[in-house]
Design a protein around this ligand. Sequence first.
Ligand code: ADP
Ligand code: MG
Length: 571
Amino acid sequence: MPIRMLPMHVVNQIAAGEVVERPASVVKELIENALDAGATHVTVDLMDGGLESIRVRDDGDGIVSDELPLAIAPHATSKVETAEDLDGIATMGFRGEALASIGSVSRLEVVSRPRDAAAGARIVADHGDIGSVEAAASPPGTCMTVGRLFARVPARRKFLRTPRAETGRVRRVIRDLAAAHPGVHFVMTSDGVTRLELPAHRTLRDRLVAILGRELADSLIEIEAVRDGVSVTGVVGTPETARPASTHQIICLNGRPITDRAIKQALREAYRGLIEPSRHPVAALFIGVDPSRVDVNVHPAKTEVRLRDERLIFVVIRDAVREALKQHDLVPTMPLPEVTMPPPPRQLFGSGLAATERRVAPTPPPQTSHVASVPVDGVRPEVRWMQVHDMWLLVEDEHGVVVVDQHALHERVLFEQVLARIGESPLPAQQLMVPVAVDVDGDAAEVVTALMPLARRLGLDIAPLGPSTLAVHAAPVLLVERRVDIASFVEDLVDRAAAMQGADDETALRDVVDMMACKAAVKAGDRLSNREIRDLLEQREAIERSTNCPHGRPTSMRLTLDDLERHFGRS
Ligand code: ADP
Ligand code: MG
């Protein structure tokens, strides 16, 4: 075939392949245009998941009738004039190709009327065929209707999911854009049924609660930080609200919802040890940087961006979220089943003290052999505790009763202590009277060499003994004191080191320290002395993230006084 220039409608169709992937991408482009036009009210109506039609109406600036043909022409935009403008984009759109692309793979009708125009006008692009501008009745603003999407692009249509799934995607797109624009009223209907209604909210928090779900209202921690020209605002969820998928994460950069792996990673880092690795924190974060520090022109659908200071943004987000979590009381409360029962006839019990009065002068629990009291610093003059079933510690605090998993808490405590310690110097080692032999897969000398840097930091002295056997001459004092089986520890260490190849040093180290902490920690079933209980609980106060073990499982759970009072009909 000879080389020739492609006809314009084919060029547009190719461009459409990048911008218009499915109904949700059409909706995204049309809403972005509405927002750029200063709309305060945006309505999206879908029929059959957008496969039959998509309509986006706004009350924005509108398009003057003379400019309608240009609006749907490729590379025509009112948002960028010069190449320099690309270095500081403050609008959602700038590529001037969305409408042209949509009009090449569907029947696109644009009806618009600028606020000061006497009447409206319309134009139609039907799979690349552009009609003429006609007068049309229209309220101020713009209404875009997209029908027969991909009717002539069967390859694309094949990749679409069910109308239900496509509707879900559209809903998410609207949700994310709405999060970034709390003052704009959004409505979405699907086959005539309202699926989303977000009135203009006064505050970002109100909007986020409406979007993320009212049930999360009390579990959202506010984030607010500015550093070196990077600002982060928004909310993150408490650890127990983390989800199995990242659907409850909204990340916006300069008002634009984006997906960015580094930012997701920063969140993950901030929650490390607070949630299980397979779960994803709830988060809505709004990052602001000077537009000149972001390149939004790297992805046709503008959902990915290139950040000039990626590392800085990573650190600012990680630290802001970490700090906010640290400030927050993360002990989850134990929900009690709702009960409806009449209040107890208090006069029968004589005292009739109000709940608050009782709280000031609590009645001590019955003393058993496991109960003791020690003074600790803090709001309350003393803390009472008790070990039950050789597994749990019950502690009283100002908010209620806290149930602590002794193994999980001890594991967390050891993990933090060892990690803090190992950052400075190798862990103290103890010489073993009789070296411990460990069989390994493969060549012992190679295993020892590979393990050496880590072993040194851990206070582990290992050397090859036979072709596939190594000898342990010294082990960390912590493990020896806690009577951990050294051979099984080293076997696990060898396994992990092999599995962790390629991970960075910090991750590998944390993984190993985590294993040590787990092995050395008291187990469920261990009877603790009063002194051990006291030490453990004191550590609980002292360490950061004591609410969760290193794997993210909770170490403790609180039964609040309010819940107890409600449950027993005392409030
Ligand atoms: P871009 O948004 O990148 O400029 P589009 O193809 O999406 O490109 O839109 C082309 C132009 O049409 C815009 O620059 C804008 O001037 C005009 N336009 C599109 N949608 C609207 C709207 N809803 N309200 C007002 N003007 C609009
Ligand atoms: Mg646009």
